[in-house]
Ligand binder design. Structure first.
Ligand code: C5P
Length: 310
């Protein structure tokens, strides 16, 4: 005999991202820039637990908890409330974020939590939302949120929210040099516009060489193609990032890049041994506040645990 099993809480694991390529086109009237970007998910993850509760609430734990808002500005809270309100569910939920993705680091940590909350609430309420519905809610929440649902490696266009999967082979090994002080994404885009001045900006197109390198699993080729049009703006706002990048490139990294809007600097390595050696050099240099290692590609936001009552 089958019994009805009510879910009381759901934990969703959700990945950070690095942009292997971030080409920034013109600023449009809606306040966003046209992008052509290659997102790559890495296994530096947050765990987001959504549980039934008597009132809305949010708790953040883990190494970066202090810098995360727990009010309505938190994307996970916004995401959860959005599902309840749009689909007419009554009740409220508590969200607990176990945070390992750096905050304001250019790795889409807040977006990852937003995506996780969508997946978590969908499971908690047994709402049965389609992939398209989840993607569309995610796009409303922010430009990077849809990719956190998607995971893997994907081409982003529009403002970054329109995604197409990219065929890849093999795994990538990364070292990330982190800063405690974050950079504001809008400020970095604004600095990019300021540095460009009145020069014409062309429509951004993906690099075919990068696509070929990803298809072949050619890590040296990927390293040669790393490109971020926001990098000069991040350097302009935080000049010593350039030394961090040079240090990594002089100490065994195949390639390096500012991750998204920064200030995290991402280094692509040939393998685990090189990554570990580079971590030691970066940590000893004091040119960053913390060093972590991760591999890609990683899965998009997915349920890892649920608690049920029969
Ligand atoms: O979409 P999201 O809220 O994450 O974007 C944060 C900010 O980043 C935007 O308000 C905008 O200033 C900038 N942005 C942009 N062009 C994009 C994506 C983000 O200018 N394609």
């Amino acid at each position: 005999m089958s019994s009805v099993r009510t879910i009381l809480g759901v934990t969703v694991r959700t990945p950070a991202k690095v942009n292997l390529e971030l080409r920034v086109g013109p600023l449009r009237d809606h306040g966003y820039h046209d992008l052509s970007t290659v997102f790559h998910a890495v296994d530096l993850t947050d765990n987001v637990t959504v549980s039934e509760a008597g009132d809305w609430g949010c708790t953040v734990v883990g190494p970066y908890a202090d810098n995360v808002p727990t009010d309505a500005s938190n994307l996970a809270v916004q995401a959860a409330r959005m599902v309840y309100e749009r689909y007419g569910f009554t009740g409220t939920a508590h969200i607990t974020i176990d945070k390992s993705i750096p905050v304001a680091g250019g790795m889409a940590g807040g977006s990852a939590d937003g995506a996780a909350a969508l997946v978590g609430v969908d499971a908690l309420l047994d709402a049965g939302l389609s992939k398209q519905e989840l993607q569309s809610l995610a796009a409303e929440l922010g430009s990077d949120v849809p990719f956190a649902l998607f995971g893997g490696t994907a081409l982003g266009s529009g403002r970054g929210e329109q995604l197409a999967p990219i065929l890849t082979q093999g795994r990538t090994e990364w070292v990330f040099a982190l800063r405690h002080e974050g950079l504001s994404t809008p400020a970095v885009y604004a600095e990019c516009d300021r540095l460009r001045g009145t020069a014409p900006v062309s429509t951004p197109e993906p690099s075919q060489s990068l696509m070929a390198a990803l298809r072949a699993g050619d890590v040296h080729g990927i390293a040669r193609c790393l490109r971020n049009d926001l990098q000069d703006a991040a350097f302009s706002l935080m000049p010593d990032l350039e030394q961090t990048l040079d240090l990594g490139l002089d100490n065994g990294a195949l390639g390096g890049i500012v991750s998204g809007s920064g200030p995290t600097v991402a280094f692509l390595c040939a393998g685990r041994a090189d990554a570990l050696e580079l971590m030691v050099v970066l940590a000893a240099s004091k040119s960053c506040d913390e060093v972590v290692r991760a591999t890609g590609p990683a899965h998009g936001a997915h349920v890892v645990h649920d608690v049920r009552m029969s």
